[in-house]
Design a protein around this ligand. Structure first.
Ligand SMILES: Nc1ncnc2c1ncn2[C@@H]1O[C@H](COP(=O)(O)OP(=O)(O)OP(=O)(O)O)[C@@H](O)[C@H]1O
Ligand SMILES: [Mg+2]
Length: 329
């Protein structure tokens, strides 16, 4: 039987964890570096209830698979929004992801970390079928959203994407006004009953994205004229305007300065009251600050997933330990 990381990390009675293959020579150069980005300010903002980041070698990576640092089993995800089983992705003949089994909880942030090229974006794109748009890409396994297979041939990909907001690394506002950027999704999905209702959706979305006060007097100005951080918040407003169930974010802060990053992180924390959020990040400090669960990927394998505190303070696999302590690569 092949154990999945989900099983090994969270199964109530999981046997020995699957041992991943050792890193291939020359793979992922520089991994484990560049994960900082922590400023005194950002460290100070680290939430106290997270227990801090212990990036020292813990020496505890061989803890039993079914127990956390305190010897308690981690609870499986109840009623997950996404349930992914044995998901593999191929680009032509090349396999980019291998048998990923992972649940995404509601009203929680899941961060995905790992060295460049390990498959984080590939997995994120599986969740809204964006890999469909890549010639030669093939996805196998099962991904269920609210219990329904999103790769079922009866599932319309456009309708699916309306339920799953996506925010990219580089802010990508449409070449339209601020108002029209946010109104775009509600318009094409027919969500607004009237112009007043559309105005209300735009105002609410911009407010929730923390941008309303900065743009309320210039709603007809181009979205592309905003600062990078404002553009990213505009993209978040655009994503939430269609009332998605899940928001996917692929390195949403990597093009932003620390102040803009802090605003987006605060926003992620607020939005998780309403949405499930999956965020790819190269910053372990960011993963520790914003997420409740963390998944570590390595060369196409999901190595482990579990409570963020546990993954950072008591990683179960040497590969995770090496990565978070900066020894990998
Ligand atoms: N469109 C594509 N065609 C062919 N191979 C691809 C394509 N997209 C990604 N890959 C390959 O799949 C693997 C995983 O890539 P992916 O972009 O998912 O990694 P990542 O973890 O997001 O990396 P990074 O941190 O650099 O963004 C890599 O080997 C990459 O070269
Ligand atoms: Mg990526």
């Amino acid at each position: 039987m092949t154990m999945s990381p989900e099983d090994s990390a969270e199964g109530p009675a999981a046997p020995e964890p699957q041992r991943p293959a050792p890193p291939r020579a020359g793979a992922a150069p520089g991994a484990g570096t560049g994960n900082g980005g922590a400023t005194p300010e950002s460290v100070a903002r680290q939430r106290v209830d997270e227990g801090g980041l212990n990036l020292k070698p813990s020496g505890r990576m061989h803890a039993p698979a079914s127990a956390d640092a305190a010897g308690q089993a981690e609870a499986p995800i109840q009623n997950p929004v996404f349930s992914c089983r044995d998901v593999s992705v191929f680009y032509g003949a090349k396999q980019a992801l291998r048998n990923v089994t992972l649940d995404v909880a509601r009203r929680q942030v899941l961060s995905m970390i790992g060295p460049s090229g390990c498959g984080k974006s590939t997995f994120l794109r599986c969740l809204n079928r964006m890999n469909d748009t890549i010639p030669g890409a093939r996805v196998t396994g099962s991904i269920k959203l609210d219990g329904r297979d999103i790769y079922d041939e009866r599932q319309d990909a456009a309708q699916l994407r309306a339920r799953i907001g996506m925010v990219f690394q580089k802010p990508n506002p449409f070449p339209k006004s601020i108002y029209d950027n946010v109104a775009y999704g509600p318009r094409i999905h027919g969500l607004a009953r009237s112009r007043a209702h559309l105005d209300d959706i735009v105002c609410t979305s911009l407010t929730r994205a923390g941008l309303w006060d900065e743009v309320k007097d210039r709603l007809s100005s181009p979205g592309t004229g905003l600062s990078g951080g404002q553009q990213q918040r505009l993209c978040i407003a655009r994503a939430i305007a269609v009332q998605p169930e899940v928001i996917l974010m692929d390195e949403p802060c990597s093009a932003l300065d620390p102040v803009a990053t802090a605003r987006i992180e605060d926003l992620i924390d607020e939005l998780r009251e309403s949405y499930a959020i999956v965020v790819v990040t190269h910053s372990m400090q960011q993963a520790a600050r914003v997420s409740q669960r963390t998944a570590y990927f390595h060369l196409g394998d999901l190595i482990e997933v579990g409570d963020t505190d546990r993954v950072f303070t008591n990683p179960r696999h040497r590969l995770t330990e090496d990565y978070i302590t900066g020894r990998f690569g």
